[in-house]
Design a protein around this ligand. Structure first.
Ligand SMILES: [Zn+2]
Length: 61
């Protein structure tokens, strides 16, 4: 399982995204960002997606 902490991406937020693939985690981050942080699709630049991807870690569960 892969996971990503929203706080690691610089938000004051306790949400953790989890998924079986990097794409799944990034999609969740995208949905979460739009729903809870007022981000738009246009905010997810290649740079931001790269940054998010670099923050994904392997988690135990
Ligand atoms: Zn968040």
């Amino acid at each position: 399982m892969l996971s990503l902490k929203c706080s690691d991406a610089g938000f004051d937020c306790k949400q953790t995204m989890k998924g079986n693939s990097r794409e799944e985690v990034i999609n969740q981050a995208r949905e979460h960002g739009k729903r809870d942080h007022n981000l738009k699709d246009s905010d997810f630049s290649p740079e931001l997606v790269n940054k998010i991807e670099s923050l994904i870690v392997e988690s135990k569960e």
